[in-house]
Write a protein that binds this ligand. Structure first.
Ligand code: 8YV
Length: 312
């Protein structure tokens, strides 16, 4: 029997359309109050499709007793009640690996932009300020010390790119990676003191909530640059804004925010920050691969009752 799919929140037009064309789908965002809708109709769904950003909470799970699989578009699953799903015997899939390149590319792009002040220079030229004087000097990138918080698949791709810039790399993880050629730093403060640039590529969720606190930002210091392509929740955003405004931190390149799409007002006026609207995986090529992987997971579940890339 054709499974009934609940699509939690809109993705790309192409994805939404393809899912609706290929499966029997209800688009939850068109049904008014989500919980009220699920109270009445939740029992009919077998599979949920969602994304790393549009969560699937325990509240919703309770209302959908027949669901057996959640297929998520994205590598992060902090927005999905994975533990609750496991307790209920629900399998969860995600889209690892296919987006590593693009997220790592964006981390390097934000890093170079912040250090060399490319976006600020662009604003300077567009404002017609060049004839009136020189653009202030920026900071060199090549050869600088790179600290990585979360040396997983994406972190390793950032490290590989950094080697092309002759950067010494050290990292902080919960546990040392025995196979890694990079120096392990169990003390995050020590890593921040050592690093010129600190790049965040760790998962979100309770274990990393506000890992980047005021003391870590102070350790990175007035010449240091923070790059976040992980999750907004990893950084104490109020402390970050204060450090930037008070000049205790050199700069920041941010693709993610604590309450995105809301960005703290104070950041908008700062010339030493580069702000992006969560575009880490947002290229045509990568989004296509993520889409294919969601559909492949869905198909595998329908045909064999097993997902291709289950959350471990
Ligand atoms: C989103 C992401 O999935 O993969 C992740 O964890 O945060 C992103 O790639 C994507 O923006 C779709 O919501």
């Amino acid at each position: 029997m054709e499974p009934k799919v609940l699509h939690i929140g809109p993705l790309t037009e192409r994805f939404n359309q393809r899912l609706a064309d290929e499966h029997e789908v209800v688009q939850l965002w068109r049904q008014g109050d989500a919980l009220a809708y699920l109270d009445e109709h939740g029992g009919q769904f077998d599979v949920v499709v969602t994304s790393a950003r549009i969560g699937y909470s325990a509240d919703m799970l309770e209302r959908m007793p027949s669901v057996r699989a959640i297929c998520s578009f994205g590598v992060g699953y902090d927005a999905i009640a994975v533990d609750e799903a496991r307790l209920r015997g629900i399998q969860v899939s995600y889209t690892p690996d296919v987006l590593n390149d693009c997220v790592a590319d964006l981390a390097m792009g934000l890093l170079i932009d912040c250090a060399r002040r490319i976006s600020a220079a662009d604003r300077f030229v567009r404002a017609g300020l060049w004839p009136a004087g020189h653009f202030p000097q920026a900071r060199k990138v090549s050869g600088k010390r790179l600290g990585i918080v979360g040396l997983g698949r994406i972190g390793k791709d950032v490290a590989r790119r950094a080697s092309g810039f002759d950067m010494p790399v050290r990292y902080h993880n919960r546990r040392q990676d025995a196979d890694s050629p990079y120096g392990f730093e169990s003390d995050l403060l020590a890593l921040a003191r050592w690093a010129d640039f600190l790049v965040l590529t760790c998962p979100g969720g309770a274990a990393t909530h506000h890992l980047i606190s005021a003391p870590v930002l102070d350790a990175l210091g007035p010449q240091g640059i923070l790059i976040n392509v992980a999750r907004g929740s990893v950084v104490d955003e109020a402390a970050l804004v204060a450090a930037l405004v008070e000049g205790r931190l050199g700069g920041a390149g941010l693709d993610v925010f604590e309450a995105e799409p809301r960005v703290p007002e104070a950041l908008l006026g700062l010339d030493n920050v580069v702000l992006a609207p969560h575009i880490g995986s947002g290229t045509e090529e990568t989004r296509q691969q993520m889409e294919e992987l969601v559909f492949a997971n869905l198909q595998a579940f329908i045909e064999k009752g097993e997902l291709l890339t289950p959350v471990a």
